[in-house]
Design a protein. Structure first.
Length: 492
């Protein structure tokens, strides 16, 4: 008797396609996974797109098969056997112990049109494989699959308000491509079964650890327990992986002769020295900046499903800013903007920003993101173009100055404000913040606060908590810039 075939879902098969070891760990060592807020956010975004698809493809009669391991296959069979002639969402089928849930099934003549829904803005190669797995299970379960499409986000869609998302999804017919992949599906199923049933596959780390998805086992497979992990050398994943495979754990294990990139040589040299490198020149540059000085930071949202009329999917929309204003002599003021009413805040945000920033003085930012955001506001509000363009001309990016003049071994190859700050100002660290401590969490927190995340408004207490965290987080960003300037030019 042949051994029982291990259970596989479509997402497990895609894991095996990315890396069989990933699938093995998902099955046997879930405890080693580290789920980042980016992963959680992507998951939540995917769910929202799924909900919109049901709205777009649904009819008065359409049915969603409830997620329940014990009943969902039988419930689907019951619907089909009873001659369902309406759309079915999350219809569930099992063939050779491979389980799939079809996002959308639409009856057409004597067969079905299948639609897989993704939150991406184009068709990727693994989407075709995803659809091919479904097609294989469906057809072998007796379903007459007439066509199979992938629906993804149309990033040119402009939301007209009133909950009307017609045109948000673009369908691509993949039937032909999918049918050509049947053999690939069979091979993948065999590979996945081996990964699940056999010992942990011996797979080296490499670029596949981040493609197409960031793997949740990176902190397990990549050596992170050294004082200065090799990944801190930065640069391409392929070269880093070669060093890891060669047995190097710490940046200092890598021989200098093996490094060719200038930035990596610098990181290596400073890490070996064990001391921060502060190159001359930054102080003079900063001292020459006139007053008042403005330290500006935005938070933005970019949801797959537009929230406000006139906006597009994934468009980065500013929802908050913080500004520290430093006068000559050291006097410091703080102003901020945050509107959690749920109404589009961009116009008021821009107007109040113009008022806050006055007409003279450098506006310091960390990376050019603020410039991109203000240029976006100019496009959105031509009436404010002149004062906003004047602000753009005053923007002064602190990031290149820091990158040129400063490196500390603890920065582990990153010049992000979060990496730099604790090295320059050890009393300040983003990890001290309650709740929201990075941009994606701020975006999610904002959407939750305006009732756009879970489809319902938060409690008054939760909203107040989110407001406090959002304000604190954004203010911390501009405080951080002030600290960085004080470190590099202590007497300014
Ligand atoms: S981190 Fe890389 S090697 Fe490890 S399981 Fe994930 S994809 Fe595979």
């Amino acid at each position: 008797m042949s051994p029982p075939r291990p259970y596989l879902s479509k997402s497990r098969l895609i894991s095996a396609w990315q890396c069989p070891k990933k699938l093995h760990l998902e099955k046997h060592h879930k405890d080693l996974a580290v789920i980042t807020s980016q992963m959680e956010s992507a998951f939540a975004g995917g769910h929202q797109v799924g909900d919109i698809a049901q709205q777009l493809y649904g009819t008065d009669q359409s049915v969603e098969v409830e997620f329940n391991f014990k009943t969902m296959v039988a419930e689907t069979k019951r619907l089909i056997d009873n001659g369902a002639d309406f759309p079915i969402f999350e219809a569930t089928f099992r063939y050779e112990n491979v389980l799939i849930r079809a996002d959308v099934m639409i009856p057409e003549g004597d067969g079905w049109h299948i639609i897989e829904v993704k939150a991406s803005t184009s068709v990727k190669d693994y989407h075709v494989l995803d659809c091919a797995i479904q097609d294989w299970v469906l057809r072998n379960s007796g379903i007459n699959v007439l066509s199979i499409s992938l629906a993804h986000i149309n990033n040119q869609f402009v939301y007209q308000g009133d909950g009307n998302y017609d045109g948000l999804l673009l369908e691509n017919d993949l039937t032909e491509a999918v049918r050509a992949m049947e053999y690939d599906v069979l091979e993948l199923v065999a590979k996945a079964r081996e990964a699940v049933s056999g010992p942990e596959p011996l797979i080296d780390v490499g670029p596949h650890c981040n493609k197409p998805y960031e793997c949740q086992f990176i902190s397990h497979c990549w050596p992170m327990d050294a004082q200065y992990p090799v990944t801190g050398l930065g640069g391409g994943k392929a070269r880093l992986a070669e060093w890891v495979v060669a047995g190097y754990r710490d940046i200092r294990d890598v021989k200098r002769s093996e490094i060719t990139a200038e930035q990596q040589l610098r990181i290596h040299r400073v890490t070996e020295s064990g001391k921060a490198e502060v190159l001359p020149g930054a102080r003079e540059i900063l001292e020459a900046l006139p007053y008042p000085r403005y330290y500006l930071d935005f938070e933005t949202i970019g949801p797959a499903i537009p929230v406000w009329k006139g906006t597009r999917p994934y468009a980065a929309l500013p929802i908050q800013w913080s500004c520290h204003i430093e006068e000559e002599g050291g006097e410091m003021r703080h102003e901020e903007f945050l509107d959690l009413s749920g109404e589009p805040p961009m116009w008021a945000l821009a107007e109040q920003l113009i008022a806050c920033l006055g007409e003279t003085g450098p506006v310091l930012m960390y990376t050019s993101y603020e410039k991109t955001v203000i240029n976006g506001l100019i496009e959105m509000f031509p009436d404010l173009a002149e004062p906003l363009a004047a602000i753009v001309n005053r923007l002064w990016d602190l990031h290149p100055l820091v990158k040129t003049h400063y490196y500390h071994p603890d920065m582990l190859g990153s010049w992000s404000v979060k990496a730099v700050l604790p090295c320059m100002a050890p009393h300040m660290d983003y990890s001290q913040l309650e709740g929201i401590k990075e941009g994606m969490a701020a975006s999610d927190g904002f959407l939750e606060a305006i009732g756009s995340r879970a489809g319902r408004a938060p409690t008054v207490e939760r909203k107040a908590e989110l407001e406090e965290q959002l304000l604190r987080y954004c203010k911390f960003d501009t405080e951080a810039m002030v600290e960085i300037v004080r470190f590099l030019a202590p007497t300014t």
